[in-house]
Design a protein around this ligand. Structure first.
Ligand SMILES: [Ca+2]
Ligand SMILES: [Ca+2]
Length: 417
C-alpha cells in the first residue's frame, strides 16, 4: 500500500455533517463522535493512533481516517490513522442495524474470545451494510471461536458487505476463519449474507480449525455468498485436519446455501490438509460455486459441486515473498490472463490495490496487483546490469506477445549500456 495520493477537500471548515476527531478537535475520541453522529454524517479522524474499543450499534455514517490536523488534506495511505484495540477487547462492534462505510485506516490488536477485529452481526432488529475501502486489519487474536479480523454474522436479516483495497494480515482464530469468517444462521428466520471482496490481499492469517484466510458457512436454510475478484490470498494456515482450507473453505450444514464466486484471483501458497488453498465441502444441493480465471494451487473437493474454467495452479512468482511483497515478477504466469467477464455487482475494479490503473498491458492480471511495466524488472539477478540472458528473456517475451517492440528495445538498450 505504497500510494500516497493527496486530494484537496472543498472547505477548510467543518460542514454540519462532519465530525472531527483528534487532539484539540471537537471530539477527543472516535466513540464520542459515534455516540452523537446523525444519519449520513462523516466522522473524520486526524492522523495518529487511537486506543479504543468501539461500539456502533445503529450508526449510519462514514468513518474516514488519513486527515491532516486542519482537515483539509487527506491521504489514501491507511497506515497513518490507527485504531488499536490494545489487546484488551474487540476493535469494533457493528449492528444489529447499521450502514457504515470505513475508509482509509488501520484497525489492529483486537483480542477477545469471539471475533477480535470487526464483528458485524445482524438480527431480527435490522440489516447491516458495511463497506471497507483502503483499510488494513491486522494482528487481531480471537482466543476461542470464529473470526480473527472480521466476522459477518447474519441472523434473520441481511448483511451486505463490500471490501475493496483491504489488507488482512497476521490475524488468528482459535476456531474457523483466521482472517474472515462469513456465517449465516437463523434464530427466527434464515439470514442472508452477500460479501464482495475486491482488489484485496489476505496473508499470514491462522485458524486452528478450518479456513485460514476465509471461512464461508451457512446453517438453518440461510444463505452465504462471497464474491472474490482480483484478490491475492496466500501464506494462510488452517491447522485442522477436516475440512481444512488454508486459503478458503466453503461449507454448509446440509440445509444452508453457501456459494463462492472467485475470479481473477491468486489463492496459492497456503497451508492445510486437506485443501491447502481451497476446500469445497458443501452438502446442500443449491450450494454450487464458480471458480474462473484464477491461480489456485491446491483445490480439494471433499463434497459438493463447482464450475470452473481457465484455472492454473502454477507458482505465481511473487516479487519478494519473504518480505511480503506480493507484486508479480515479470515472468509471472498470472500476468495478462484475467477476464473482464466478472459478476456485476461488484464488477471490475478500476484500480489495483495500490490505486494503479487497471487494465495495464494487453489484459487484466490475476491477483490484487496489476503488473506495471519496468525494464529493470528484467534485471533478474538484481545487479543493476542487464546481462545477455536477461535481454534474451525480454526478446522471448516480445515473441510471446507479453511486451511490445518498444519495451523490448528499452531492455536491449539497457544491455548495451
Ligand atoms: Ca495486465
Ligand atoms: Ca542483471
Amino acid at each position: 500500500m505504497g500510494v500516497m495520493a493527496m486530494s484537496m477537500r472543498s472547505t477548510t471548515e467543518a460542514n454540519p455533517g462532519e465530525l472531527h476527531v483528534g487532539p484539540g478537535q471537537p471530539y477527543a475520541t472516535i466513540q464520542a463522535a459515534i455516540n452523537t453522529a446523525n444519519d449520513g454524517d462523516v466522522i473524520q479522524i486526524a492522523q495518529g493512533t487511537y486506543y479504543e474499543n468501539l461500539h456502533a450499534g445503529s450508526l449510519e455514517a462514514t468513518i474516514e481516517g488519513g486527515c491532516d490536523n486542519s482537515f483539509t488534506l487527506m491521504t489514501d495511505d491507511p497506515s497513518v490513522t490507527v485504531i488499536d484495540g490494545n489487546d484488551s477487547d474487540r476493535v469494533l462492534n457493528i449492528g444489529p442495524s447499521s450502514d457504515i462505510t470505513i475508509r482509509i485506516r488501520t484497525l489492529q490488536n483486537g483480542r477477545t474470545s469471539w471475533v477480535a477485529g470487526i464483528r458485524a452481526s445482524s438480527s431480527s432488529n435490522g440489516n447491516i451494510s458495511l463497506t471497507l475501502a483502503n483499510v488494513i486489519l491486522q494482528d487481531c487474536d480471537c482466543t476461542s471461536a470464529h473470526g480473527g479480523a472480521l466476522c459477518l454474522l447474519s441472523y434473520d436479516n441481511p448483511i451486505v458487505a463490500q471490501l475493496e483495497n483491504v489488507v488482512i494480515r497476521r490475524n488468528y482464530a482459535k476456531d474457523g476463519g483466521g482472517g474472515i469468517s462469513i456465517i449465516s444462521d437463523a434464530s427466527t428466520s434464515p439470514g442472508t449474507i452477500v460479501a464482495h471482496i475486491v482488489s484485496s490481499l489476505i496473508y499470514d492469517n491462522v485458524a486452528d480449525r478450518e479456513g485460514g484466510g476465509i471461512e464461508v458457512h451457512s446453517e438453518q436454510s440461510s444463505s452465504a455468498q462471497v464474491v472474490v475478484i482480483n484478490s491475492t490470498i496466500t501464506s494462510n494456515t488452517s491447522t485442522d485436519t477436516y475440512p481444512g482450507g488454508g486459503g478458503v473453505v466453503i461449507h454448509d450444514d446440509g440445509t444452508g446455501t453457501t456459494t463462492a464466486e472467485i475470479y481473477n484471483s491468486i489463492i496459492y501458497g497456503n497451508t492445510a490438509n486437506p485443501g491447502a488453498d481451497v476446500t469445497i465441502a458443501t452438502t446442500t444441493a443449491s450450494s454450487s460455486s464458480e471458480i474462473h480465471y484464477s491461480d489456485i494451487g491446491t483445490l480439494s473437493q471433499l463434497s459438493g459441486t463447482y464450475n470452473s474454467s481457465n484455472l492454473i495452479s502454477a507458482n505465481p512468482l511473487f516479487l519478494d515473498q519473504a518480505n511480503k511483497d506480493f507484486h508479480l515478477q515479470t515472468a509471472s504466469p498470472c500476468i495478462d490472463v484475467g477476464t473482464t467477464a466478472v459478476p456485476d455487482p461488484p464488477g471490475l475494479p478500476a484500480t489495483d490495490i495500490e490505486g494503479s490503473p487497471r487494465i495495464l498491458g494487453v489484459a487484466l492480471d490475476m491477483g490484487a496487483y496489476e503488473w506495471a511495466w519496468d525494464p529493470w524488472d528484467y534485471d533478474e539477478n538484481q545487479d543493476s546490469i542487464i546481462q545477455k540472458m536477461e535481454a534474451i528473456h525480454a526478446i522471448q517475451d516480445y515473441f510471446s506477445g507479453k511486451i511490445s517492440k518498444m519495451q523490448t528495445i528499452q531492455v536491449i538498450m539497457l544491455y548495451f549500456g
